[in-house]
Design a protein around this ligand. Structure first.
Ligand SMILES: [Zn+2]
Length: 280
């Protein structure tokens, strides 16, 4: 998972939001599924393109058709860690740009995220907003969720890919995913999204990175040390910088493990910027 700064909302979403909120307020509570529609058409193409055709949660490449536009805060029936569901949470965020991401069907499935939106122990859900509509309806900063929100925070602060056994020769290294923050939001998010199931796929992807790393080290040891620089630039670009590359977060962590800061500066290799999407 990487930080997603997806730029301004598509203009058509504002009209869909006004219509949707008016529709719900005119009806009975809690809102029905058919009232909570109209968000997909204005946003799906923009999200897919601005996320460079990858799932916001697992960073797998996904096709556009058939895959969901996903609500970070569910549009109805948000479920707590103890299994209780609130039918009204968070209907008013159904058409909120910052609450939407493009996701793969697997991450959004009922066994994984689905409607689950856990809060930190002992903290309350946002109150159901009271008309008239005003900007405070869309301010979620008073809530303390477990799930890392890639539209608001950098997932690299919470989730890391770590080498399972650094005593092995580098070409046999494998990585595993785990939380790294004391509040355990990282590990909670891994559980909510079922991200442990990615481990084999990510390790297969990192085999290519390990092969390039072996080339780089051979250059450093040999007569053509200058070529190491070129391999480094290529591997950073292909695995971490290129916006459409899969598993950019895992690749960033892999490079940090293969080339910690001291080793990097000793070899004259540049630091690698944290991966993320900045749509302008
Ligand atoms: Zn996914």
């Amino acid at each position: 998972m990487i930080r997603l700064d997806l730029g301004p909302e598509p203009p058509e979403l504002a009209a869909a939001r006004d219509a949707g909120i008016a529709r719900v307020l005119a009806g009975a509570q809690p809102p029905t599924r058919t009232q909570l529609t109209g968000y997909r058409q204005p946003t799906q193409r923009a999200l897919h393109r601005r996320q460079f055709k990858k799932c916001a949660w697992c960073e797998r490449p996904v096709g556009r058709t058939g895959e969901p536009v996903e609500h970070v805060r569910p549009k109805a029936g948000a479920t707590s860690a103890d299994g209780t569901a609130s039918p009204q949470h968070y209907w008013w965020l159904t058409w909120t740009w910052e609450n939407l991401v493009f996701s793969c069907a697997s991450c959004n499935s009922q066994g994984n995220k689905g409607n689950r939106f856990w809060l930190m122990a002992g903290t309350p859900r946002l109150p159901i907003p009271v008309p008239p509509v005003n900007p405070s309806w869309f301010d979620v900063s008073a809530e303390s969720p477990v799930l890392i929100d890639p539209r608001r925070e950098d997932p690299l602060d919470f989730i890391e890919w770590r080498v399972v056994d650094q005593r092995l020769p580098r070409r046999r290294w494998r990585w595993t995913i785990r939380g790294r923050d004391p509040q355990k939001r990282g590990s909670g998010s891994i559980e909510l999204l079922g991200l442990k199931s990615l481990v084999d796929t990510v390790n297969a992807h990192l085999q290519g990175l390990l092969a390039l790393d072996a080339q780089l080290r051979a250059h450093l040891d040999g007569p053509r040390a200058a070529e190491a620089q070129a391999v480094w630039v290529d591997m950073v670009d292909a695995y971490v910088t290129k916006p459409g590359a899969p598993f950019r977060a895992a690749s960033w962590w892999a490079l940090e493990a293969l080339w910690p800061a001291a080793a990097r500066s000793g070899a004259g290799l540049e630091a690698v910027a944290r991966p993320g999407v900045r749509w302008r």
